[in-house]
Structures are given as structure tokens and as C-alpha cells.
Design a protein around this ligand. Structure first.
Ligand code: ZN
Length: 96
């Protein structure tokens, strides 16, 4: 369990606390982090699944319509993953 300082009154509060016990300020960054961990998880799955499907429908000649859709889903997945990772890292910086 880590301690973070409240953005409102600078009191040290638990990162698990939903709000500051002193001033009642909601621990927004902690909620943010949890949300982005979820995004990270789902986007990683999205990318992984598209890679697995791509492996099974892979052909040597050109790109078929289903392959195009699957690679597009994978591309969106990796962009989503990087975006969530960026949000997670910047929210960590804001926390300190
Ligand atoms: Zn506070």
C-alpha cells in the first residue's frame, strides 16, 4: 500500500482511499489509474486475439477482406494500448 499526497490539502492518504479523510477531496488519480489498467488489459487482449486470428487465416497471396479487418482491429488495439499506457504513466507523474 502506497501513500499519495492529497492534491487539495497535501495530506498523505492511502492510494486505496476513495477520498481524502481530511478535506474530502476525491482521490481522482487513483480512480484514473484503475480505469486505465482496465483499458490496458482489454486493448492487450484485442491485439492478442487479432494476432491469433491472423495466424489462422494467414495466406501467402495478397490480403483478403477478413485479413484486412482483423489487422485493422489489431492496429486499433495497439494504438489503444499505447494510449492507455501513456495515460497511466502521466497519471502516475501527476500523483507524485
Ligand atoms: Zn485533502
Amino acid at each position: 500500500m502506497a501513500l499519495i499526497s492529497c492534491p487539495e490539502c497535501q495530506t498523505e492518504i492511502s492510494d486505496k482511499a476513495s477520498s481524502c479523510p481530511k478535506c474530502g477531496h476525491p482521490a481522482l488519480y487513483v480512480v484514473d489509474n484503475k480505469k486505465w489498467y482496465k483499458h490496458l488489459f482489454y486493448s492487450a487482449w484485442m491485439y492478442l486475439m487479432s494476432m491469433i486470428i491472423m495466424f489462422f487465416i494467414h495466406t501467402k497471396e495478397g490480403m483478403t477482406a477478413p485479413q484486412f479487418i482483423v489487422s485493422l482491429v489489431g492496429f486499433v488495439g495497439i494504438i489503444w494500448f499505447l494510449y492507455a499506457l501513456g495515460m497511466l504513466l502521466t497519471s502516475r507523474i501527476r500523483k507524485n
